[in-house]
Design a binder for this molecule. Structure first.
Ligand SMILES: O=C(O)C(=O)C[C@@H](O)[C@H](O)CO
Ligand SMILES: [Mg+2]
Length: 382
């Protein structure tokens, strides 16, 4: 079998689908994207396709190593997202050729169902009580929300109190009947992380995500010594080589690589295994589309330390399309009592509605995250 063509489709809300075709008619789908830089990743995918067309798609490991090493420069969000989507599609092809779901090719199920969580509130955390009440009716009991709005490197006690009051209100309303992660989303700098974490401790969040920016990862061990709240990070780390420093230094209890940013299934399966060796939980980041989610689940279902899976149904970013709009086997993604079952169809288990993808790609706008500014006019972390 040989790869014959790679086609990319940028679609709403901010996703990109990749279709890899072969000379035997087997097709694989991937989801290479960096939110807000879809066209840049698209260019990287098509540069890589110059090598890939004509290659044997079954040699995923060799193709991955060539894509990662043979361009001299390596790593980072753009290249690793391009590799990720191509890798996903290659695993999809392999599963379809062998008539097996990807998790079977990776050694089979370690669990019967996977716990998922849902976002509440929005860019500016608001209405979280209303959202939690609505989602609990749908069986969810685990949630994630942004912890703050804009926050200066050193900010006021009032801003800390506002962030804490929102969390106190949740515990007041729901007690321990629900669990929630708080995403600092890179908005919190080192000087504010400690006061915020200490003030949030009494409410025992499940985790605090990106307590400081990934480029400040050397702070993780110190912050972990300072707080009882489990710290999570990973959406802005892109390979084993980024994660190994975090494992060695310690401090992170939950790693959250994104299957569409961190080299795909081949790489994230290895990251999950490294995490297990360091007694670190695995909870893939996934605010994206169905192929990204299916790729996460393929690794979740074969990783003992997989604990939670993010999924984007109803997320505040999904304007113009929802998680399953481009999928024909929607029932396979059913969430019952906060759990999702393995996707049992061959490959990634996602059946893409290609006509709908092609149609949507004709009018897809270029999503960009907002540029936030502090009161003094300086750029604020979004
Ligand atoms: O889902 C998360 O945990 C996020 O932090 C969302 C963020 O990754 C946006 O997708 C960036 O555009
Ligand atoms: Mg996040």
């Amino acid at each position: 079998m040989r790869i014959t063509k790679l086609t990319t489709y940028r679609v709403p809300p901010r996703w990109m689908f990749l279709k890899i075709e072969t000379d035997e008619g087997v097709v694989g789908w991937g989801e290479p994207v960096i939110e807000g830089r879809a066209r840049t990743v698209e260019a990287a995918v098509h540069e890589l396709s110059e090598y890939l067309v004509g290659q044997d798609p079954s040699r995923i490991n060799d193709l991955w190593q060539v894509m990662y090493r043979a361009g001299f420069y390596r790593g980072g969000p753009i290249l690793m997202s391009a590799i990720a989507g191509i890798d996903q599609a290659l695993w999809d092809i392999k599963g379809k050729v062998m008539n097996q779901p990807v998790y079977e090719l990776l050694g089979g199920l370690v669990r019967d169902k996977m716990k998922v969580y849902s976002w509440v509130g929005g860019d500016r955390p608001a209405d979280v009580i209303r959202d939690i009440k609505r989602l609990r009716e749908g069986g969810f009991d685990t949630f994630k929300m942004n912890g703050t709005e804009e926050l200066a490197i050193v900010d006021s006690a009032r801003k800390v109190d506002e962030a804490v009051a929102r969390i106190a209100e949740i515990r007041e309303a729901f007690g321990n009947d629900i669990e929630f992660g708080i995403d600092f989303h890179g908005r919190v700098a080192g000087p504010m992380a400690k006061p915020l974490l200490k003030a949030l401790e009494p409410y025992r969040p499940l985790f605090v995500e990106e307590p400081v920016l990934a480029e400040q990862a050397e702070q993780y061990p110190r912050l972990a010594e300072y707080t009882s709240i489990p710290l999570a990070a990973g959406e802005r780390m892109f390979s084993r080589f980024d994660f190994k420093r975090v494992f060695q230094a310690g401090g992170i209890s939950i790693v959250q690589p994104d299957l569409s940013h961190a080299g795909g299934i081949t790489e994230c399966f290895k990251i999950a295994s490294m995490a297990e060796a360091y007694d670190v939980a695995f909870a893939p980041h996934c605010p994206l589309g169905p192929v990204a989610l299916a790729s996460c689940l393929a690794v979740d279902f074969v990783s003992h330390n997989a604990v939670l899976q993010e999924q984007s149904m109803g997320i505040h970013y999904n304007k113009g399309a929802e998680l399953l709009d481009f999928v024909t086997n929607k029932d396979d993604f059913r969430i019952e009592n906060g759990f999702i079952n393995p996707l049992r169809k061959p490959g990634l288990g996602v059946e893409i509605d290609e006509e709908r993808v092609i149609e949507a790609s004709k009018t897809a706008s270029d999503w960009r995250n907002p540029v936030w500014r502090h009161a003094d006019g300086s750029v604020a972390e979004w």
